[in-house]
Write a protein that binds this ligand. Sequence first.
Ligand SMILES: [Zn+2]
Length: 282
Amino acid sequence: MPELPEVETVRRELAPWLTGRRILSAGRVAAPVGPKYARLERAVGQRIVAVLRRGKFLILPLSGGDELVIHLGMTGVLSPEPPPDHERVRLVLDGDEPRTLSFRDPRRFGRCVVVPRGDYRTLPTLAALGPEPLDSSFTPAALLASVVRSRAPLKQLLLSQRPVAGLGNIYVDEALWRARVHPLLPGRRLSLEAAARVHRATVEVLTAAIAARGTTLRDYRTVNGDVGAFGQRLDVYGHDGEPCRRCRRTLERIVVGARGTHFCPRCQRMPRSRARHSSEVS
Ligand SMILES: [Zn+2]
């Protein structure tokens, strides 16, 4: 599933190509009527003012006061050529040579909708997103405050997008391994010191992954059809049964909230006693 680095890579490729173009037509192709690909006709006649990103959402402000919001879901791909199958949405843009932007979404977990600018009532995940991980509003204290009242495992909390936007299954595992924090640690047992490590690891892993243009496991491609190069640099995700690169202990895989979760049982020990955590809120 595309996470922040993959969506940011797509955004950077799309921005120079789409910004300033007027939308000549917009509509569903092989997609049922419903909320997933909705209100597209409202975009017709409006110009794309910018190509922005919030968490894993692409947000394209339009000149008429609306926004085109795209989420790639599990397997969504945006491309300048209509794909051979599973095309759900097609935009045609003006210019000396009209341009096409196609949204291919085989499993239909994606979204492509037009909403009034900033009106995310039909997009509750977007409405509730936590801070951008590479913004100054994301701090160790903010991270701690967002999890410290919860008994849920840290992995699950980070996947919720509320403590910080944009992390998915791959980069949560990578960040927690770098931070030496157990994925099952309840939010309420996170110390400020450990929150600082998770904060730093999150920033580091996302920055490195953006520089490598993301991770391709199966479906993700950049707009130009390239694969992301960060897959070779994953330390823990998908490496269960192999030795930890830091301590050589065999990495393990468990399931947390129905998601496969990879960690090192030596580097990422669960703290033994709750009483040892002075920051705990009772
Ligand atoms: Zn280790």
